[in-house]
Design a protein around this ligand. Structure first.
Ligand SMILES: Nc1ncnc2c1ncn2[C@@H]1O[C@H](COP(=O)(O)OP(=O)(O)OP(=O)(O)O)[C@@H](O)[C@H]1O
Ligand SMILES: [Mg+2]
Length: 246
């Protein structure tokens, strides 16, 4: 469904991705982990077409997204939901406006449908009745859940989660994990999550890839990962998420 072929991305003289190859199939629940600064967020932005690779190809359903016309790319993006690192809510907008943002932009829903979409998805993330609140009135975990409701309001086929649990207390983090698992199992949404929270990674993922110094160091199942004798991988696994640094 999604395929990255030999993808390179640099910023100035910082080479972030140095020839990434990765394939995500329909229904996969893929977790990409790696240290802070290893390029996880950059990879998600490339997949959504928010950044362009310097070299290499990114395919969604066998379409090279960097060769799409603007209108086709916009169309493709409507199939994605993204939970941004830090939720990325607009502080001047209410929860309702934030959740339905993508829908008003694309003009694909009537006002009644938008109200219903917000109600249903806020309910789903355990925040029913918060439509009129502003982000400043919410905790970090609640903001992430509003971000998730916004992604769900797009009725996406694919969800990209950028650090869905980072910075949350263990209970709030696990609520998010549970939601992600529910979406995976109930709605069969294909997902890619990036995180350095290994506990979360193992809860939500079915396949795992490790990004390390610009390359995919590992790609496989949990069992394969545990059986691996790659020192870099073993070292990462033996450290808690909080200690994982470059
Ligand atoms: N738009 C940009 N312009 C310049 N440099 C950037 C840009 N986006 C990312 N970078 C750099 O690319 C590197 C990878 O960034 P990225 O945000 O993908 O890391 P990450 O793996 O998501 O880290 P974290 O776990 O801390 O979120 C970092 O060194 C970052 O400073
Ligand atoms: Mg990041």
């Amino acid at each position: 469904m999604i395929r990255l072929e030999n993808v390179y991305k640099s910023f100035g003289n910082l080479d972030v991705l140095k020839g990434i190859n990765l394939e995500i199939n329909i229904g996969d629940s893929m977790v990409v982990f790696g240290a802070s600064g290893s390029g996880k967020s950059v990879m998600l932005k490339l997949i959504m077409g928010l950044l362009k690779p310097d070299k290499g190809e990114i395919y969604v359903d066998d379409k090279n997204i960097n060769e799409l016309k603007r209108s086709d790319l916009d169309q493709l993006r409507t199939r994605f939901g993204m939970l941004f690192q830090g939720a990325a809510l607009f502080d001047s907008m209410t929860v309702y406006e934030n959740v339905t943002l993508g829908r008003s932009e694309h003009g694909t829903m009537s006002r009644e449908e938008r109200i219903e979409c917000a109600r249903r998805n806020l309910e789903m993330v355990g925040l029913g009745g918060t439509e009129k609140k502003y982000p400043a009135e919410l905790s970090g975990g609640m903001k992430k859940r509003v971000g998730l409701a916004r992604a769900l309001c797009m009725e996406p086929e694919i969800i990209l989660y950028d650090e869905p649990t980072t910075g949350l207390d263990p209970v709030s983090a696990d609520k998010i994990n549970d939601l992600i698992i529910e979406l995976r199992d109930r709605l069969k949404i294909t997902s890619i999550a990036v995180t350095h929270d290994l506990y979360s990674a193992f809860r939500i993922g079915q396949r795992f890839a490790m990004l390390y110094q610009g390359n995919i160091r590992f790609d496989g199942t949990k069992e394969e990962m545990e059986a691996s004798d790659d020192e870099v991988l073993k070292d990462f696994l033996s450290h808690s998420s909080i200690n994982a640094d470059k």
